[in-house]
Design a protein around this ligand. Structure first.
Ligand code: SIN
Length: 286
């Protein structure tokens, strides 16, 4: 069977059917998946019980993977794997238990934020016959396109401060956040364009999230705060979103330039959720 690409029916997202990720893909198949990824911004492959090595091999085809050796995740064999989980062993969390509690894009606090993230579901909480802990995605390229022309002009050339410290303050800095912060020695703040140009397909993307965007450079404080709130709310309108309902063995990949995402914490601590994430390192922003 050849490869099938089945769009989710929402503004972004497509299922890839017929690719066996337990083996190295041939170049033609990978090129189809890559093209689908940059078109649909989020792709998902279901029902394959992948190993960490499979996930690393497949996602590294998209670019060099970030290696992060966190003291709190020293039990993980591969530095490319970041654990997202509410599971505790010997009283200690085995992963980041509150990752994604705010809308954000991964690594926005870095000078070269992540290009792509991939999350693989090893355990998914389920209750009354349905799985919980969905991840919501928003297309910030679609959100940009839908802005009135006057707003597009207003945003031209503006830069915004993306702040890990704001994120820590808003989330309480639980889980592994402080560990990441001290490990990557992230600058307290970095400045990025408010509108990014996608490095692969040239689409314009709004780079503003409730999680990280602290202020817009050169604007008075109240105007900056109001504009961030207005744009962040615009990005997550239902017309621009896709909600992924996880099944065990799903692999979901998202574009960290053209999307933002948020986890849903609708499951009790007694139901385990275990995800392994790999991330593709990004380049300098345009
Ligand atoms: C993340 O924000 O990277 C994790 C999202 C999730 O666990 O659903």
């Amino acid at each position: 069977m050849g490869l099938q690409i089945r769009p989710s029916g929402s503004a972004l997202g497509a299922e890839i059917i017929g690719a066996d990720l337990t083996r190295a893909l041939d170049d033609a198949t990978f090129a189809q998946i890559r093209a689908a990824f940059y078109q649909h911004e989020v792709i998902y492959i279901r029902g394959q019980a992948l190993s960490d090595e499979d996930q690393i091999r497949f996602t590294a085809r998209f670019g060099a993977l970030r290696q992060l050796r966190l003291a709190s995740q020293s039990h993980v064999a591969h530095a490319e794997i970041f654990v997202v989980s509410n599971i505790r062993k010997d009283g200690k969390p085995i992963g980041s238990y509150d990752a994604g509690s705010l809308w954000h894009t991964d690594g926005a606090y870095l000078a070269n934020p992540h290009a792509i993230s991939a999350l693989r579901a090893l355990e998914v909480p389920a209750q009354d016959g349905r799985t919980l802990g969905d991840t919501q995605f928003a297309s910030v390229s679609a959100a940009y396109d839908a802005l009135p022309q006057a707003m597009k002009h207003r945003l031209e050339g503006l830069q915004a401060v993306q702040s890990f410290e704001q994120h820590l303050a808003k989330t309480g800095g639980g889980g592994v956040k402080k560990d990441i912060y001290s490990t990557v020695k992230a600058a307290a703040e970095v400045m990025h364009p408010l509108v990014r140009v996608h490095p692969v397909n040239g689409r314009k993307c709004l780079y503003v999230t409730e999680g990280y965007t602290a202020r817009i450079v050169g604007l008075p404080e109240d105007e900056s705060r109001d504009l961030i709130a207005e744009l962040a709310a615009h990005c997550i309108k239902p017309a621009f979103t896709y909600r992924h309902n996880w099944q065990q063995h799903d692999l979901v990949m998202w574009d960290d330039c053209s999307t933002q995402h948020k986890a849903t914490f609708d499951y009790p601590a007694s139901l385990p959720r275990l995800m392994h994430r790999t991330t593709v390192v990004g380049g300098t922003l345009h």
